[in-house]
Design a protein around this ligand. Structure first.
Ligand SMILES: NC(=O)C1=CN([C@@H]2O[C@H](COP(=O)(O)OP(=O)(O)OC[C@H]3O[C@@H](n4cnc5c(N)ncnc54)[C@H](OP(=O)(O)O)[C@@H]3O)[C@@H](O)[C@H]2O)[C@@H](O)CC1
Ligand SMILES: Nc1ncnc2c1ncn2[C@@H]1O[C@H](COP(=O)(O)OP(=O)(O)O)[C@@H](O)[C@H]1O
Ligand SMILES: [K+]
Length: 487
């Protein structure tokens, strides 16, 4: 944003003009949230975020609202555009001690949080933290300028105190902190408004972090052509666990087929053939025994996408099986036990991944992540996923309510459509199956993983409250139908 701001200013738009537009938008949203008689407290910090607050105060006063401008710091310390906006405000303001703030906020109908935005560079402490606390305890709805104060816009983290907003108004583009937790929850509903920064600045800035929406991958996904053949859509293999743990792989295989793989084979240990056979219809079944069995299976060059891990078991045998898969030319998804089985020697896995041409997607949840990348866990979520992708050479899909998909080339997508109902046994197996199904259709791996996370979230919304993992594959149908309709 700093770069976007500077480029816009360098091309002739004054900084105060940007601030004027930003504050105007904030005032408009505040007016929507508050009756025309409503009293609005505008709590302003020492930087440009506070500057936006001063502009909003002027507009709201002109619109007839009762406005209280409350300052964290002495306005003599304001600089640049914020100082100009303060000078142009023409309204009384007061420096408030934290102990007095409660009194100042009582009886107001809306609080505008203009304490800190993009310039936050450390956790809120002392007076700033006390302000955030008092605002949160006031029970008054909060509209945040740019970000809820205390949220780091680049990471979504809030290491100290943070304001809880119901809405935020941000400028030009949403920031990672609007999508990553806890920032997403603290910022509330986010409106992103145009303040006159031209789109063209993005060519030079070249952002590498994206919100996971269909525009990110829709062009990489093809729907079956009129004369299409099932083999055009690939043949995926999902590896089943032993007799007592076959369900995870079957869930994955069903989702893989539903994601559009032309054919899906479940590779089953001989001992589990009966239980698998009694539960499968469109998914095919093949008995595969040991490493030799896997090698024989993979001799069929029509197979092009593989998934191993769900319910497979944690053991050296599993890591050896993974190694055989990695020697093939297929795209591969490594999930669950296939990840944990490498906890003692992750580097060997990464070396093998980096040595192959076809892509690998790793789909760890936090617990699996720490086993493979213990030294990365202290980083923020974007940095964790990016660091893991760079180190492993794989696309890394780091699961959670704010799943991040990262590529070794530096791109990262943040998924935000997943409902909490997806936190249910087997839901991750379904996700791994969807990725495998999209890889079978030869989607590039980053796009396949991103689309899969989005489909999984959208299917969760479609299935709704009370869903279980079995509901997800059927719920993908209307979601896919809508994607086909909307090119
Ligand atoms: N970019 C754009 O296009 C546009 C941007 N605009 C707006 O500008 C905002 C960014 O403004 P900004 O850079 O001045 O930073 P801001 O968030 O006000 O905070 C910096 C101040 O806070 C302080 N400080 C920091 N952390 C602290 C802490 N934990 N605890 C205590 N103090 C702390 C730090 O001072 P320090 O104490 O470090 O000297 C500094 O004084 C952006 O969010 C948007 O609202 C719009 O006007 C439209 C155009
Ligand atoms: N609170 C949440 N909100 C949205 N999605 C979630 C939440 N918690 C987990 N998920 C998603 O649910 C899935 C769970 O996967 P995983 O942990 O592997 O479970 P399992 O092994 O039981 O399938 C992941 O896709 C994850 O991103
Ligand atoms: K703010």
């Amino acid at each position: 944003m700093g770069q976007a701001d500077n480029m816009t200013i360098a091309s002739g738009t004054r900084g105060i003009t940007l601030m004027e537009r930003a504050g105007d938008h904030v005032a408009r949203v505040a007016s929507e949230m508050c009756s025309s008689q409503g009293r609005i407290a505008i709590v302003c910090g020492p930087g440009s975020n506070g500057g936006d607050g001063f502009v909003a105060a002027r507009h709201l006063h002109q619109a007839g609202h009762a406005v209280d401008v409350l300052l964290l710091k002495d306005p003599a310390g304001l600089k640049g555009d914020a100082a100009i906006a303060f000078g142009q405000m023409g309204l009384p303001s007061q420096i408030v001690e934290p102990a007095e703030l409660k009194e100042n906020l009582s009886g107001c109908d809306l609080i505008i949080d203009a304490l800190f935005g993009a310039g936050l560079d450390r956790p809120l402490e002392g007076n700033a933290a006390a302000f955030a606390d008092t605002i949160n305890k006031s029970g008054v709805p909060v509209l945040a300028v740019d970000l809820a104060s205390g949220v780091n816009g680049s990471t979504g983290e809030a290491e100290g105190a943070a304001v809880q907003a119901v809405r935020s108004v941000t400028f030009f583009r949403c920031k990672p902190g609007h999508y990553l937790l806890p920032g997403r929850d603290l910022c509330g509903d986010v409106s992103c408004v145009d303040i006159g920064i031209p789109e063209s600045v993005l060519h030079e800035i070249g952002p590498q972090t994206f919100v996971n929406e269909p525009t990110l991958w829709r062009d990489a996904w093809t729907v079956p052509g009129r004369a299409g053949h099932k083999y055009d859509r690939g043949h995926a293999v999902v590896f089943s666990g032993p007799m007592s743990s076959t369900g995870a792989a079957r869930l994955a295989a069903g989702a893989c087929l539903r994601a559009g793989a032309g054919l899906v084979t479940l590779a089953s240990p001989p001992s589990a053939m009966m239980v698998n056979a009694s539960h499968l219809t469109a998914v095919m079944l093949r008995s595969v025994e040991g490493l030799e069995g896997i090698s024989d299976l993979l001799a069929d060059k029509r197979l092009n996408s593989l998934l191993i891990g769900p319910g497979y078991g944690v053991s050296d045998d599993t890591s050896e099986a993974v190694s055989v898969l990695l020697n093939s030319e297929c795209a591969i998804v490594l999930d669950a036990d296939a990840l944990t089985s490498h906890q003692n020697a992750p580097e060997a896995l990464f070396t093998q991944i980096k040595g192959r041409k076809a892509p690998v997607v790793l789909t760890p949840h936090d617990g699996e992540f720490v086993r493979l990348f213990p030294d990365l866990v202290a980083l923020d979520k974007l940095a964790r996923a990016r660091g893991a992708a760079a180190r492993s050479g794989a696309i890394v899909l780091l699961k959670g309510a704010d799943t991040v998909i990262a590529s070794p080339d530096g791109r990262a997508a943040i998924n935000s459509n997943a409902p909490p109902w997806l936190a249910t046994a087997g839901s991750g197996d379904v996700l791994a199956g969807i990725i495998c199904g999209l890889l079978a259709q030869k989607m590039p791996a980053f796009e396949a993983a991103a689309m899969a996370a989005w489909l999984h979230g959208a299917a969760g919304v479609e299935a709704g409250a009370g869903l279980i993992a079995e509901d997800l594959a059927p719920a993908m149908r209307p979601v896919i139908a809508r994607l086909v309709e909307k090119p």
